[in-house]
Each structure stands twice: as C-alpha cells, then as structure tokens.
Design a binder for this molecule. Structure first.
Ligand code: SF4
Length: 300
C-alpha cells in the first residue's frame, strides 16, 4: 500500500508509451501500392492506419489541410511560369485563385471542422510569402511539378506524388514543401519520405542526387545528399512496414502505438489505449462513436 503512489506513477508513465495489440474483426489488408505517406502512417500507429486504410474512415478537412493544399497549388502554378515571371507580385493572384478553389470545395461540403475562410487566407498568405524567403524562384531549373511516380521498390508496388523535381548543381533534386511546423522529433520521417521518392525516381530511370525540405512557417530550406546508407534505411523501413502489416492482418491484431500524437488523433475516442472502456474496433458501437466524433466512411 505504501508504494501505491509509486505503482500508479509507474503505470501512468508506461501506459501512454507501451504498444498494445488490439483485436479487429477482419483479416483484410489495404489494396494498392504503398506510398511514402502510408509508410509514415503505418509506422506511426498501425491501429490508426487500420481504421483509416482498411476500414476507410475519413477525417474532416481542417484549417492546416486546406492551407497546405492551397499553398501547394499556388507554388505549382508559380513554378510553372517562365523564370523571370516568378515574382511575389505574380504569385499573389495565383494564391488567391488557389484559395478560392479550395474554399469553394470546403463550402460545398459540411465535412470540415471549424474552417474560418479568413483564417485560412491569412495563414496561406503568410506561408506563401515566407516561400520567397527560402529561395529565389527564378533560379529553380524545374524538371517536374506534382509528378506522379509509379514503380516497385524492393519488389513492393509504390506510388508517389512529388511536389517538385529540379536540376541543381549536384544533379536532380526532389523538393517537398512543408506548411506545418518543423518537428525535430519526426525528422527521420520527413527524410524517409523524400528518400523513398528519390529511390522511386531512380528506379524509374531518373537518378536523384539531393532531397530538400522547404519549411514555410519558419522559412528555411534544408538539403541533404542522397547516399546509399540513408536510402537503404528508408527502403528497409518500407520492407519492415510491409512485413508487419502482413502479419498483423493475418493475426487480425493490429498494434496501437501511443505517442504524443494521440492528442491529435481522430480515433482517440474509440482507441483502447486512450479509453479503457472503448468499444471493440470495428463494432457497431465503435463505428457509431466515430460518426458522433465527426468522421465518415469513404464510399467503396
Ligand atoms: S489514439 Fe494513439 S494509439 Fe490510439 S489509434 Fe490514435 S495514434 Fe494510435
């Protein structure tokens, strides 16, 4: 009894971190190729991935998602211009066009969470303006924008959409725009995504020399060379995710991996690691709770 406080503290310290195997009602695995984002999603939390990719629960649009899409689209239009036309003045109307399109999509559906159009515009304008402090757009020797690549990596089908491919001094460079805050804790995840794109393009006959991240909230560009050890590690992560996914699906037990990101997880209300009385995943009670939480299932 005297050590009850210590025991509870110890449990509280362990509970949010230890992975937990959670039973699900099917052996299904998602069809289709892997992508860099699905490797991130699976590695972050397989149970969340199961809800999203196997059960096909869709989460509502949020302000950061709408801002991200508008800024990406505006940058695509800007970089498609002739180099000497890629100015802040030319970019402004492009961003407004992209914002109008994204906000019209949001207005057409009630499937979003508290999106204030003016807040979206302000955040997007700030990020887009910051872009011009990360690089000189006229200097970018564009090879491809929003390029889709479909190939096999280590024998596994892979598909990616790459923000930008450009010719730099060292050779071809893949660039990804980030409109969210840079989180050092997830640094390897950022690079893994870019290295998988580099590997996919190299496999498709376009050898990539560098990968780059452009952070638009705290404007800075970070570039890394593509080298064998880093690429092998990224490919190994993809292979491991594929093996783990296959064995979890076969056992119909998917691992929940609690982390600080649980605080932002759309499935928190029905996750057994967050609520001891959570209904079984895939049960009617769980599905009804997800609907009450504002999620919906994608059409088959
Ligand atoms: S709340 Fe945490 S552990 Fe549960 S599904 Fe979401 S990310 Fe995974």
């Amino acid at each position: 009894m005297s050590d009850l406080g210590g025991m509870l503290r110890s449990m509280a310290g362990r509970y949010p971190r230890d992975p937990v195997l959670v039973e699900v009602p099917t052996n299904a695995v998602p069809g289709g190729p892997w992508s860099a984002t699905s490797v991130e999603a699976f590695t972050g939390c397989p149970l969340k991935y199961w809800w999203s990719k196997v059960e096909k629960w869709e989460t509502p649009s949020t302000l950061p998602l709408v801002v991200g899409r508008a800024v990406h689209n505006a940058l695509e239009m800007l970089l498609a211009l002739a180099p000497d036309e890629r100015t802040r003045e030319a970019g402004g109307p492009l961003l407004e066009t992209a914002l109008d399109a994204e906000l019209a999509l949001v207005a057409d559906t009630s499937f979003h969470i508290g999106i204030d159009p003016e807040a979206v515009r302000e955040a997007a304008r700030t990020a887009f303006d910051a872009y011009f402090d990360t690089e000189i757009p006229a200097d970018i020797d564009v090879v491809g924008l929003e390029r889709e690549v479909t190939t096999d990596i280590a024998g596994l089908p892979f598909r990616g959409f790459i923000d930008r491919i450009a010719l730099a001094d060292a050779g071809l460079r893949v660039t990804d725009y980030k409109t969210g805050q840079a989180k050092p804790r997830y640094w390897w995840g950022y690079w893994r995504q870019q290295l998988l794109y580099a590997q996919a393009l190299t496999a498709a006959g376009e050898p990539i020399a560098e990968v780059e991240l452009l952070f638009l909230t705290s404007p800075r560009a970070v570039t890394r060379p593509v080298y064998e050890a880093a690429t092998s590690r990224a490919v190994h992560d993809l292979e491991r995710a594929n093996e783990e996914r296959a064995s979890m699906a076969e056992a119909a037990r998917w691992e929940a991996r609690p982390s600080p990101l649980c605080g932002w997880c759309d499935f928190r209300a029905v996750c057994p690691t967050q609520a001891r009385t959570a209904p079984a995943p895939g049960s009617q009670a769980s599905d009804e709770a997800l609907v009450r939480a504002g999620l919906r299932k994608r059409e088959p």
